[in-house]
Design a protein around this ligand. Structure first.
Ligand SMILES: [Zn+2]
Length: 493
C-alpha cells in the first residue's frame, strides 16, 4: 500500500446477606425490580420471571416471582421490567475522557487545565450518555490527572456517572508513538531508562490506577519505523508490574509488536490489528491463546471513518444521546475534510492530504476493518478472552466516535466479526470485569454484586440489536430510563 509515513499518523492509532426488607431502611439505591428475566454471561437464569431486590446499591436477593411483593420497606422504589430481560450493565474497557469528538479541531490548546472550558465542557453529558446507552463502567485508557479529578469531583457531587476507572501514566518512547505531538503530554511518560520505569510505577501506585498502559508501536504501516522500548526497558516493565501487582495493558497494532508485548505477559492488549492488510499468523494466535492475555477489540476506531462517506450513519438509532452541538459539528462536511488534512500531519502538503484521504477511503477502511474483524474472530475461536473496548474517541482529531453510542457500535462490530450475541454480551460484561479484577463486584446478575443493570425490551443473548431497546438503566441501585438519565442535572438527588 503505497502510502507515505505522513499519511499514517492517523491510524495509531461479598456477598451481602439478604436483609429482611421490612427491617431495611429504604435509601438511595434501594430498589425492587419485578417481572424480570435475568440473562448474563452464565446464560439465561432462573427459567422464568424473577424479582430482584436491591439494598444499598447491591443485589440483596433474587427470588422466583411472587404474585405480590411482600416486606417492602417504605420508600423503596419498585419498577416493572414487564417480562423484559435484565442484563449486567455494560463495560467499555477502553475510552478516553480527555477528548470529545473532534476536540483538537476546535481547540488545539485543550490539553491543559483549559480543557475544562473546551473539550471537557460537556463531560457531565458524556457520563450521562454512557449511562443512557447502558454502559455502567468505563475505563479510561490514558488521560491526564485533571480529567480523573474532574470526574471524581462530579461523582462526589452526586452527578450521574458510570463507574470510572483509569490506567496510566502511559509509558512511551521519546520520538516514538505518544512521544511526539499531538500526543506528547505530561501524562505520556517518556521512559528512557530502568530508573524511569521504576518512577513511572511509583507514580502509578500513588495515582490509584487500575493498571498501567505501555505503548509499543513501531509503525502503523510496515515501512513506518518508530522507535519503541528496548528489550531491557520492556523486561523492566514486566518486573515492576509483578513487583507492584499492577496489571499492564499494551498498545500494539501489528503482529510483530504484539509478539514483543507477549514477552512480558501483559494482562491485556489494547487493540487488535489496526490498518493492516495481513491476517494474524496461526503461530501468534496459538501463543496468545496459551498466554492468558485478554484482547480488547477497538474495531469502531476504524469503522468510524465510514461516517464521513455515509452521512446517514450520523442519524442512526442510539445517537440521540450525543450532545446536539457535537452531532451538528460532525455532520458538517467541512469539518470532516479538515480532520483529514490535520490527520495527514502536514496539512499544507496536498500530496500528504491526498494520501491520507485515500487511506480513509471507504475501500481502504472496509478492507482493513475486515482484517481486524478476522483477527478478533480467530482469537475468539482459539479461546482468547475478548473484551469490548471502543477506544472512544481514539484520537484528538477523530470526529465520529461518540461517548456512549460508540460502545454499542463496538458490540455490533464484534457481532459482524462473527461473535454470537452471547459472546458479545460476555465480552461486554464478565470478561472485562475479570480482566480488571473487579468481577467480585460486577459482571453478572448475582447476589452481592453492585446493582449495575440494564433492562431491555429484547433478549441480548439472542439479538445484539436488543442493546438498542433499553428500557431502564440501573447504576448502583439508582434506576432511570435512558431519557431520564440524559435529563438528570448534576445536582439531581
Ligand atoms: Zn486508546
Amino acid at each position: 500500500m503505497p502510502i507515505r509515513r505522513s499519511a499514517l499518523t492517523l491510524m495509531f492509532a461479598a456477598v451481602a446477606a439478604f436483609a429482611p426488607m421490612t427491617m431495611a431502611m429504604a435509601a438511595d439505591g434501594d430498589l425492587i425490580i419485578r417481572n424480570a428475566r435475568i440473562v448474563d454471561a452464565r446464560g439465561e437464569q432462573g427459567g422464568g420471571l424473577a424479582t430482584i431486590r436491591i439494598v444499598n446499591g447491591r443485589i440483596a436477593a433474587i427470588e422466583k416471582q411472587a404474585r405480590k411483593v411482600s416486606g417492602k420497606a417504605r420508600g423503596t422504589t419498585t419498577i416493572d421490567a414487564d417480562g423484559g430481560h435484565v442484563a449486567p450493565g455494560l463495560v467499555d474497557a477502553h475510552v478516553h475522557m480527555m477528548w470529545s469528538p473532534g476536540c483538537a479541531l476546535q481547540h488545539p490548546d485543550a490539553r491543559t487545565e483549559n480543557w475544562k472550558q473546551t473539550c471537557g465542557r460537556l463531560l457531565p453529558d458524556y457520563l450521562r450518555a454512557y449511562l443512557a446507552s447502558g454502559v455502567t463502567t468505563i475505563v479510561d485508557f490514558a488521560g491526564p490527572g485533571f480529567v480523573h479529578k474532574a470526574i471524581r469531583k462530579l461523582e462526589a457531587d452526586g452527578a450521574p456517572s458510570p463507574r470510572y476507572e483509569y490506567l496510566s501514566p502511559v509509558l512511551a518512547t521519546a520520538g516514538g508513538y505518544g512521544g511526539v505531538p499531538p500526543f506528547a503530554d505530561p501524562d505520556f511518560m517518556l521512559v528512557a531508562s530502568e530508573a524511569d520505569v521504576d518512577r513511572a510505577f511509583g507514580s502509578a501506585r500513588e495515582a490509584g490506577v487500575i493498571g498501567v498502559k505501555v505503548l509499543l508501536e513501531s509503525g502503523f504501516i510496515d515501512f513506518q519505523k518508530m522507535p519503541t522500548h528496548s528489550a531491557g526497558i520492556l523486561a523492566r516493565i514486566g518486573t515492576e508490574a509483578k513487583k507492584n501487582n499492577l496489571p499492564v495493558f499494551i498498545h500494539a497494532s501489528s503482529e510483530a509488536d504484539m509478539n514483543r508485548a507477549l514477552d512480558i505477559a501483559p494482562r491485556g492488549l489494547a487493540h487488535t490489528l489496526i490498518n493492516r492488510d495481513t491476517p494474524l499468523s496461526q503461530a501468534f494466535i496459538d501463543r496468545m491463546a496459551k498466554s492468558g492475555t485478554f484482547q480488547v477489540s477497538t474495531l469502531q476506531t476504524t469503522d468510524s471513518y465510514l461516517n464521513r462517506h455515509e452521512p446517514r450513519r450520523l442519524s442512526r438509532p442510539g445517537l440521540e444521546v450525543v450532545p446536539p452541538s457535537e452531532l451538528a459539528y460532525a455532520r458538517d462536511p467541512r469539518n470532516g475534510d479538515r480532520a483529514v488534512s490535520l490527520l495527514s500531519g502536514n496539512p499544507d502538503d496536498p500530496v500528504a492530504v491526498e494520501q491520507t484521504a485515500a487511506a480513509l477511503s471507504p475501500n481502504s477502511v472496509n478492507r482493513t476493518l475486515k482484517v481486524s474483524e478476522g483477527a478478533i474472530r480467530a482469537l475468539a475461536r482459539a479461546g482468547v478472552p475478548i473484551v469490548t473496548g471502543s477506544d472512544t474517541p481514539h484520537h484528538p482529531f477523530a470526529l465520529y466516535s461518540f461517548h456512549g453510542p460508540s460502545s454499542i457500535r463496538e458490540m455490533e462490530l464484534l457481532g459482524e466479526a462473527g461473535l454470537s450475541p452471547m459472546e458479545v454480551l460476555t465480552a461486554s460484561t464478565l470478561t472485562p470485569a475479570r480482566m480488571f479484577g473487579i468481577d467480585r463486584d460486577q459482571g453478572t446478575v448475582e447476589i452481592g454484586k453492585i446493582a449495575d443493570l440494564v433492562i431491555l425490551n429484547g433478549n441480548p443473548a439472542r439479538d445484539i440489536g436488543s442493546w438498542h431497546k433499553i428500557k431502564w438503566v440501573v447504576r448502583a441501585g439508582r434506576a432511570a430510563t435512558p431519557a431520564r438519565w440524559l435529563k438528570f442535572r448534576d445536582t439531581a438527588r
